[in-house]
Design a protein around this ligand. Structure first.
Ligand SMILES: [Zn+2]
Length: 213
């Protein structure tokens, strides 16, 4: 159910599989080359890349990056929104991959800087890579994320953004405050470009609807 499990499985597999072979052969090459002159001691860096430690580090780094809140909707984290794609330890550097919610979203740079800062604070050398394909869709928002949006007063996007109805038709938007489906769109843009302003006809409250993309 949680997105963490979804991402940590392939992530752990890769971390465990990748460094063992690479580091072992690297260390072997290094030793045979360096042995004649005895100039270089055996590199100590094989220690932090042991598979078990690597898995722990990757999980630790993922947790640090996953806790970064979305700058526009601080009630949800970037993991809740599904824009944090993966965090891996590559040659001792925590590499986080982030997919922007939509191209040109002004929050992208802020998110990337915040992820980098969170990883450094957790003790990692860090790099953030932007992954634009496949493009983010609101379907990647986790159930937890939807619940948090609702609690914050923002109607979460309807599921299945690839349906014609969701893209072009009138979407059935439930009021996040009273749950009524008697709602109408007031403006195409709400507090940010990715939200529309709605009004509930039952409780008369205006609210933001997180648009489907
Ligand atoms: Zn209402």
């Amino acid at each position: 159910m949680s997105v963490r499990a979804e991402f940590s499985l392939p992530l752990e597999g890769r971390v465990a599989a990748q460094p063992t072979g690479g580091v072992a052969s690297m260390a072997a090459t290094f030793r045979s080359d360096a042995a004649p002159e005895r100039a270089h001691p055996t590199p100590a860096r094989s220690v932090p890349t042991l598979p078990s430690r690597g898995r722990e580090d990757a999980a630790h780094a993922y947790a640090a990056a996953a806790s970064v809140p979305d700058p526009e909707v601080p009630c949800v984290t970037i993991a809740d929104l599904g824009i944090l794609r993966s965090v891996e330890i590559e040659n001792g550097v925590a590499v986080a991959r982030v997919t922007p919610t939509y191209s040109g979203c002004p929050a992208v740079l802020a998110i990337e800087l915040a992820v980098e800062a969170a990883l450094r604070e957790a003790g990692f050398e860090a790099r953030v890579e932007r992954v634009v394909s496949p493009p983010w869709t609101t379907d990647w928002i986790t159930e937890e994320g939807r619940e948090r949006l609702r609690a914050y007063g923002i109607a979460p996007p309807a599921k299945a953004s690839n349906s014609v109805r969701a893209l072009f038709g009138e979407t059935d938007v439930a009021c996040p405050k009273c749950g009524s489906h008697e709602t109408s769109r007031v403006a195409e843009f709400g507090s940010t470009a990715c939200k529309a302003l709605y009004r509930c006809e039952s409780c008369k409250e205006p609210f933001d609807y997180f648009k489907c993309i």
